[in-house]
Design a protein around this ligand. Sequence first.
Ligand code: NAD
Length: 299
Amino acid sequence: MAEIGFIGVGNMGGPMARNLLKAGHRLKAFDLSAPVLKTVVAAGATAAASAEDAAKGVEIVITMLPAGQHVRDVYLGAKGLIGTAAKGTLFIDSSTIDVATAREVAAAAAQAGMAMIDAPVSGGVGGAEAATLTFMVGGPDAAFARAKPILETMGKTIVHAGPAGNGQAAKVCNNLILGASMIAVSEAFVLAEKLGLDHQKLFDISSKSSGQCWSLTSYCPVPGPVPTSPANRDYQAGFTAAMMLKDLKLAEAAAEQTAAATPLASRAAQLFEQMVASGRAGMDFSGVINLIRESRRGK
Ligand code: NAD
């Protein structure tokens, strides 16, 4: 069993940490929020006094933080882990952040004699609780091999996507597909409504035709055809519009840096920005169908 430091035990990190404890690992946890930290201490973790403290006397450190700036602060800041943790420590960053920051932090870790992987996840809070997350991993082969048994305690599908940053690259590319496809499916249902075509009929046909995709068959944005989709519970998240916007902005940043053309991702980001600005940041992202229904052609 491993000694693990866990930094950032919020909505995702909390259940991930609890699954590690359940598997018998010893955890030193830290979070800036005392109530959040308390919940994992109640599950058996030791409370650390700081991020630096969480990384002392452990072999592995996992971070699950909101965004790139938080990751930068924890690893590269004044008392950052790269300057303070023991050589040979394995860092696993599971936060969703921009590819450039992931590569910069990994390079600094390698230079300081530490191993690091970026390992963002998909599967949401439900997947974190059920230990069925998908981990998309970037980093050296040896670091991946060391991390894999730990990741298997928290997830079901673990894919090594290539060198440092490639886990984040996979995550932004996947969520670009998700954001754009949800809008396309939503537009099709709204057009169908205007044409007098029943939701269920469109679903029955498209789910067996070339329009088939996850946004349609697993997360259908209208109530009825897929009983488990958020549309059946007033678009209660799920995966919020704010999170989709964050990920599409990361895709935009990556496209900007590489001069890749991403016209649909740019438009999708605008629509989710509009959804967030209209007070629906916490609504499930499939609620974008309401924004489309309220819009008029040409506006
Ligand atoms: P969250 O806000 O619930 O948790 C993040 C935690 O980090 C908070 O408790 C916060 O107090 C803590 N934190 C921030 N800065 C810190 C610091 N310097 N030191 C210690 N703790 C610090 O967010 P979440 O929903 O758990 O998401 C975490 C990451 O996972 C994000 O990058 C998000 O994009 C990604 N993600 C989330 C979901 C989801 O459905 N929630 C799904 C996939 C990926």
